[in-house]
Design a protein around this ligand. Structure first.
Ligand code: FMN
Length: 124
């Protein structure tokens, strides 16, 4: 290793984050209305079958829709969508209608609203 500098381990507290974190938009229909919330707690958990793991607090309005329909979408916003993305964490669908922030469409999962402006797709 020669003269290479090896830093000491730094002890961190229990609130552990793995950086960098993406900011995605989690979509669900809640009581028949489209809702999106900012979601950073997301990771790949399996390749085949393809699976993502997400962490969503039980108090969020979006959680009600996921339980109701057993479906959701994950959308990767473009940089220019930062204002709308931030708004989706700032306000709750319980109090504010977030259904018209984006152009919404549906795929095979007919109750998982997806955002047209988020163009990233998986391999088809
Ligand atoms: C950058 C960022 C990432 C977030 N990630 C999560 C997350 O992974 N899980 C979660 O439960 N809340 C997360 N939140 C908080 C929700 O987006 C926020 O509470 C939102 O208002 C919930 O909306 P809803 O009540 O309409 O479902 C995040 C907020 C921000 C700013």
């Amino acid at each position: 290793m020669g003269d290479q500098f090896i830093p000491e381990k730094i002890k961190i507290n229990n609130n552990v984050f793995v950086y960098p974190m993406p900011v995605t938009l989690l979509g669900a229909n809640v009581k028949g209305k489209v809702n999106f919330m900012a979601l950073g707690w997301i990771t790949r958990v399996n390749a085949n079958p393809p699976m993502l793991g997400i962490g969503v607090h039980k108090s969020h309005y979006t959680t009600e829709g996921i339980k109701e329909n057993k479906s959701f979408s994950v959308n990767f916003p473009e940089a220019e969508m930062i204002i709308e993305t931030d708004y989706c964490r700032l306000v709750s669908g319980e109090n504010v209608d977030k259904s018209s922030l984006f152009e919404v469409f549906y795929g095979e999962l007919e109750t998982a609203p997806m955002i047209r402006e988020c163009t990233l797709k998986g391999n088809e």
